[in-house]
Design a protein around this ligand. Sequence first.
Ligand SMILES: Cc1cc2nc3c(=O)[nH]c(=O)nc-3n(C[C@H](O)[C@H](O)[C@H](O)COP(=O)(O)O)c2cc1C
Length: 224
Amino acid sequence: MAVTQETTELANLVKTRRSIRVWQDKAVPEELLSQAIELATWTANPGNQQNWRFYVVINKNTINALADAVESIAAELNSWPEIQKITPPRPASAPPPRKPGFFRAAPAIIVVGSNNIQTPQDKALEERGKYDPRATLIREWRNSANARLQTIGGLLALLCLALHKAGLGAVWMTGPIQAKGEIEKILNMPAGMDACLLMPVGYPAESPETRGRKAVAEICEFVR
Ligand SMILES: Cc1cc2nc3c(=O)[nH]c(=O)nc-3n(C[C@H](O)[C@H](O)[C@H](O)COP(=O)(O)O)c2cc1C
């Protein structure tokens, strides 16, 4: 296959993107964020239902409320002996750990929500599952694909690239979703809308080294 200018440019864009967790203290134009979100919405999605909603938080008080909620849940977890037992001790020489609410320093936070829509097929299989275990099994197989979260994954992959192309740095984070209830309350998200991730965005103030990727031969097989 011939390597075109376009594929080289795409590879360059993809491979120079990094998760950015330190930002300049500089506002991001709303227009740039809107443009990146618009591009991301061109992702493939089931039945073109476009089952997503973006909450772009630029209000400092709201960003602080989100960070406080995430830190509070993390502190609650850390007080539990079951969690303490599995947390390895930190060597004294190690740098202090990043706070769970480190993203409060970002000028913008994108939270992506998705509605938990039950398809007519799911409803029919649920009905039949009341007397037919095969229907329950097939329903489980269908649900294991979690098309809703796969869709958010595709959306976010494009969003990361679009933000990177615009010179912005972001990190895709599901860790804060352990404060899901609080996040949804702070953002007044309607019932049935699930907060799926939180993505702080800003102009990068770090350029992390790549952590590399496994070779294709290691993670791919051709079924000939
Ligand atoms: C679904 C998902 C969840 C993630 N959650 C977190 C998170 O909670 N906190 C965090 O700092 N980074 C998070 N990351 C970022 C990964 O740590 C990062 O993508 C990975 O280390 C590879 O580094 P790179 O993005 O710079 O290539 C997440 C990434 C993905 C795709």
